[in-house]
Design a protein around this ligand. Structure first.
Ligand code: C5P
Length: 229
């Protein structure tokens, strides 16, 4: 374990999860006896690198205040925004530590091992993200799904979370990208736009993001079969 000041960990949880087709936003659906968000936050709180978990929720969120984690003194709630990046920025403004980590509320299957490896590797460079290698043959299509060509799969990765960077560098990078009208779908994209070269740390492919109804069953299976040392 590398000796560092512990990290503030930001969890954007202000989405409505339209593709889930559920009245309750996906982060508040249950896997066994806990919500998706509680699984996610508890994993982060269990890390020996965690200082606080900062959760960004919608200003009219009626769910978060009813969860046990909201009483935890190491959990801080902030108001999220219209887009994921706005929610992350709100969390970044509350964060106090030199390094911060951002992890989607909708990824409850993160393991301690992946979390710790990401932190230890990112610290040695300008920051990093968890990713997993693309397995299938990749096609580029036109707007009518006509295949134009096959994309070289080698060196292609799915970008996952957590993503970890120095707080001040990330805030500046996000603000710059937003001012320039660049789409910020993850923290790394903002850092890349500012000229940084984040490290891609290969993690488990089962660190899935719950997006569609079937993903909830999949997450239940993954969590129930997790055996960690
Ligand atoms: O919708 P999607 O799955 O891409 O969202 C990724 C994460 O960003 C989720 O945890 C979601 O709650 C969060 N989010 C947010 N604020 C928004 C939109 C999404 O915190 N306005």
């Amino acid at each position: 374990m590398i000796e560092i000041t512990s990290l503030d960990m930001i969890v954007p949880a202000a989405g409505i999860g339209k593709r889930m087709k559920s009245v309750v936003p996906k982060q508040y659906l249950k896997i066994f006896d806990r919500t998706v968000l509680e699984h996610t936050v508890n994993t982060l709180l269990s890390s020996h690198y965690c200082n606080r978990v900062i959760v960004a929720v919608r200003d009219d969120d009626p769910y978060f205040g009813k969860l046990g984690i909201c009483q935890n003194p190491r959990v801080k709630v902030v108001t999220g925004g219209a887009e994921r990046v706005d929610s992350v920025l709100s969390g970044l403004r509350e964060a106090k530590t030199e390094w911060v980590l951002v992890h989607d509320a909708a990824r409850p299957c993160l393991t301690q091992t992946d979390l710790n490896v990401l932190i230890e590797k990112s610290l040695q460079v300008d920051g990093g993200i968890l990713g997993c290698a693309v397995r299938d043959t990749m096609k580029r299509t036109d707007e009518r799904n006509g295949i134009i060509h096959t994309v070289e799969r080698k060196l292609m990765f799915h970008a996952l979370t957590p993503q970890m960077f120095r707080r001040e560098q990330l805030i500046k990078a996000v603000i710059k990208a937003l001012e320039d009208g660049v789409s910020v779908t993850d923290e790394s994209s903002a850092m890349e736009y500012s000229g940084y070269k984040p490290l891609l740390v290969e993690g488990r492919a089962d660190n899935i993001k719950i997006t569609q109804p079937a993903d909830l069953k999949m997450a239940e299976f993954i969590i129930s079969s997790m055996v960690e040392g």
